[in-house]
Design a protein around this ligand. Sequence first.
Ligand SMILES: *Cc1c(COP(=O)(O)O)cnc(C)c1O
Length: 416
Amino acid sequence: MKHSDLLKIVKKFGDPVYVYDSEKIIFQFQRLTKAFSGVNKLKLNYACKALSNITILKLMNSLGSGLDTVSIQEVELGLLAGFKPESIIYTPNGVSLEEIEQAAKLGVRINIDNLSILEQFGSKHPNIPVCIRINPHVMAGGNSNISVGHIDSKFGISIHQIPHLLRIVELTKMNINGIHMHTGSDILDIDVFLYASEILFDTAKNFKNLDFIDFGSGFKVPYKDGDIETNIEELGKKLSTRFNEFCKEYGKELTLAFEPGKYLVSEAGSFLAKVNVVKQTTSTVFASIDSGFNHLIRPMLYGAYHQIENVSNPEGRERYYSVVGYICETDTFASNRRISEISEGDILCFKNAGAYCFTMASNYNSRFRPPEVLWHNGKAILIRERETFEDLIKNQVDVKNIFSQPTEKKKLTPQE
Ligand SMILES: *Cc1c(COP(=O)(O)O)cnc(C)c1O
């Protein structure tokens, strides 16, 4: 998006504000689809938790995407956005049997990631097909917080427990329709990913009625210049070939599924915030913005890097700044970052603000969550309003008459 368009959006909707470029989302969806054109049946299920605005969900639906959901509320959002129940897959971790039953009742596909619930669900509902989430114990992530396939992970059913798993399936006579893994958030090494896929294929051979194999996600997108990104085209070619081979051995054409979140929406998003104060200390120049980790927590939560551009002065001389927020705790977006010269009132743009940014925003410090704007066909469309004071207190119960009012203290006069 052009700087002038971003500035116009701030002028119209105020700051801070999230902006999403639909063209980029569509481009990423098509690029991924094309990379896997070697398989006949491909299903991309957009991971709703990355960015769950209903207009974004409708865009995904219009592209032919399915939806990957991790809570019953996300399932309901998906249905509200117009996804057919069978286009939604519910892949929770550690939720109650009741919540899984609720999702099953809505007709969405169920993915179970532990033996205890699998046994309970299978005993009660042997006729409802279930996908199982396997943990292949492959460490594919770049950061221990986001690698979910390794041995100590809470995610999935360990491949070392396959015999136990098979016994449950046999005893309950339940129907396993899919095998799933989601190994981590960053696939950097395609060979590691293909290795994990082999484990999935081996597991799949144990089940006769599969419809699909779901390879999760973890496609890495660049967050800064020179960042490595997943080579989607190479992965697509290699995995498609291997998948087709497997289907031949298996004797049925299965669907190859993925659940990308970040890959589809990260780069489409920009977060715009105004600089309130430029403060020079002995060693650092701070640029304090009109926002904080209440709106964009990734840098504070897991040290994520977001490129920051001064859209008000893009051609200015570059200087070093620490960009900080207004939250009354350490609230640092970037330390000693080269940014073109900042003046108070300038608008900074945080890149890659589409995934896990707004959806992780909170009301900490009793601040309003920002609006969201979709940039579509050259137009800025408001898709979420800025919160108001009413939103902040909406669910608070103002209990009357439980505490007495503070008593007026006798005022002291200087003579006393
Ligand atoms: C979060 C999640 C995803 C999406 O991960 P990205 O890194 O955003 O692509 C996919 N599958 C499951 C089960 C998830 O929990």
